[in-house]
Design a protein around this ligand. Structure first.
Ligand code: GDP
Length: 411
C-alpha cells in the first residue's frame, strides 16, 4: 500500500560486512513484518527457510531493489544496499535514495575493514544510522567491544540503547535502557511471543550505569534533556526518545542495539527503533537541485505531496512478472498511472504505464504514488540509473554522483 502520510515512511538500507548477517536480518525483518506470515502462526524454526524456498520456486526475488513492508502502521521500504566492496558506486547510488540505515555487525568480529568503507560512504551522504550487533549467541560475542569499535574505528559518537541478557549460547533477551524493561525471546522459533519483564536484579545497577551514560551522551544534543538532568529531574521516556531521535537524525549519533537474527532474537525491538529513531522523508528537509538552463541556479522542492513532482530513477531491473521496471524514489509531488514525466538529462518524456510496490511475497499495482514512496515503474524507454525525473514545465536536476560531468554538460 502506498502512503500519502509521508511521516509514516522509513526508507532504509541495511549495510554490513559480508557474513555479518545482512541476509538473515533482512529475511527476519520481512518475516516479522509480513502480513501473510502472522506472528504466532508458525511454530517451527525452519519456517523462514521453507518460505524462502517456496518463494524461490515461484521465481520471486525476496530482496528486489526495494521491498516494502509495514510495522506498527508505518511503511518501511528496504532498499537493497550492495555490501560488497567492488560495488561502491552501487552503494553510493542506493545511499542517495535512502533516508536512514541499519549497520549490521558480527558480535565476534566487531568492526571489520569493509564496514569502515561503507560507513565512510554513508558519512558522505550524512545517512542517519542505527547499529545492530548481530550474532550475540556466538561464542566470543562481545557487545561492549563492538560499541567501542564503532566509536574508535568508525570515529562515531555512539551509545548502547540496550544491554544483552545472558551471553553466547544463553543469550536470551535484552534490556531496553530507555524504558528500563527486559525483553525476552524465550523460544528460538520464528513467530514466538516476546515476554516483557522487570530487569533481572543482578543487572539493575549495570543497566542504570549504562542508561546514565546514554543520557549523558544525549544531553550534548538536547537542551530539554540537559536542563532536566541539571535540575535533578527525571527525564521521561518521551524526553529521551525525542532527544535520541534528534541526535541520530541531526548529528549522526549511533544508537547501538543487539540480537541474534539467526536465533530470532532482537528483531522486533530493532524494527521499533527504525520507526522511532530513523528519519521520515520529511526529516531530511528541502531538496536542492539545479535548474537546466542555469546550473548555477538552485531549484528547491519541498518533500511534500502537493509540491511539483520530482524523483530519481535508481535501479533498472527485470521482474519475472512485470518485465523491465525502473525503481523510482519520489522526492516530491505524486506520480499517476498513465501520466508522463520528464527526464531533463535525456530531454525526453517518459510514460508511466504502471506503478508497482514490491513486497517480499507479492507486488501491488498502484494508481498513484506519493512523495517519500519508492515504487517500480513500467513503461520507461530512455531513463537510466541515477537520472532525475520531474515536471516538464519547471525541470530540476538532482546531482548524479557517479557522473557529475553529465550535470555540467546539460548547461
Ligand atoms: P551476509 O553475508 O551479511 O548476508 O550474512 P548472512 O545473513 O548470509 O549470514 C552469514 C552466516 O552467518 C550464515 O551462515 C548465517 O546462518 C549466520 N548467521 C547470521 N546471523 C546469525 C546469528 O545471529 N547467529 C549465528 N550464530 N549465526 C548467524
Amino acid at each position: 500500500m502506498s502512503s500519502n502520510q509521508i511521516d509514516k515512511i522509513r526508507n532504509i538500507g541495511i549495510m554490513a560486512h559480508i557474513d555479518a548477517g545482512k541476509t538473515t536480518t533482512t529475511e527476519r525483518i520481512l518475516y516479522y513484518t509480513g502480513k501473510s506470515h502472522k506472528i504466532g502462526e508458525v511454530h517451527n524454526g525452519t519456517a523462514t527457510m521453507d518460505w524462502m524456498i517456496q518463494e524461490q520456486e515461484r521465481g520471486i526475488t525476496i530482496t528486489s531493489a526495494a521491498t516494502t513492508c509495514r510495522w506498527n502502521n508505518q511503511v518501511i521500504n528496504i532498499i537493497d544496499t550492495p555490501g560488497h566492496v567492488d560495488f561502491t558506486i552501487e552503494v553510493e547510488r542506493s545511499l542517495r535514495v535512502l533516508d536512514g540505515a541499519v549497520g549490521v555487525f558480527d558480535a565476534v568480529s566487531g568492526v571489520e575493514p569493509q564496514s569502515e568503507t561503507v560507513w565512510a560512504q554513508a558519512d558522505k551522504y550524512k545517512v542517519p544510522r542505527l547499529a545492530f550487533v548481530n550474532k550475540m549467541d556466538r561464542m566470543g560475542a562481545d557487545f561492549d567491544n563492538c560499541v567501542n569499535e564503532i566509536r574508535e574505528k568508525l570515529d562515531k559518537k555512539a551509545a548502547a540503547i540496550q544491554r544483552p541478557i545472558g551471553s553466547e549460547e544463553s543469550f536470551n533477551g535484552i534490556v531496553d535502557l530507555i524504558e528500563m524493561k527486559a525483553i525476552y525471546f524465550p523460544a528460538e522459533s520464528l513467530g514466538s511471543k516476546i515476554d516483557i519483564k522487570d530487569i533481572p536484579e543482578d543487572l539493575v545497577d549495570e543497566c542504570q550505569m549504562y542508561r546514565d551514560e546514554l543520557l549523558d551522551n544525549l544531553s550534548e544534543y538536547d537542551e530539554t534533556l540537559t536542563d532536566l538532568i541539571l535540575n535533578d529531574e527525571k527525564p521521561t521516556v518521551a524526553n529521551i526518545k525525542a532527544a535520541l531521535r534528534k541526535a541520530v537524525i541531526k548529528d549522526n549519533f549511533i544508537a547501538v542495539l543487539c540480537g541474534s537474527a539467526f536465533k530470532n532474537k532482537g528483531i522486533q525491538p530493532l524494527l521499533d527503533a527504525v520507526v522511532d529513531y530513523l528519519p521520515s522523508p520529511t526529516d531530511r528537509g528541502e531538496l536542492h537541485g539545479h535548474s537546466i538552463k542555469n546550473p548555477e541556479n538552485t531549484e528547491v522542492r519541498r518533500p511534500e505531496v502537493d509540491e511539483m513532482f520530482s524523483g530519481i530513477a535508481f535501479k533498472i531491473a527485470t521482474d519475472p512478472f512485470v518485465g523491465s521496471v525502473t525503481f523510482v524514489r519520489i522526492y516530491s509531488g505524486k506520480l499517476e498511472s498513465g501520466q508522463t514525466v520528464y527526464n531533463p538529462i535525456k530531454k525526453k518524456r517518459e510514460r508511466i504505464n504502471k506503478i508497482f510496490q514490491m513486497h517480499a511475497d507479492k507486488r501491488t499495482e498502484l494508481q498513484e504514488a506519493f512523495a517519500g514512496d519508492i515504487v517500480a515503474v513500467a513503461g520507461f524507454k530512455d531513463t537510466t540509473t541515477g537520472e532525475t525525473l520531474c515536471t516538464e514545465n519547471k525541470p530540476i536536476i538532482y546531482d548524479l554522483m557517479e557522473f557529475p560531468e553529465t550535470v555540467i554538460s546539460v548547461a
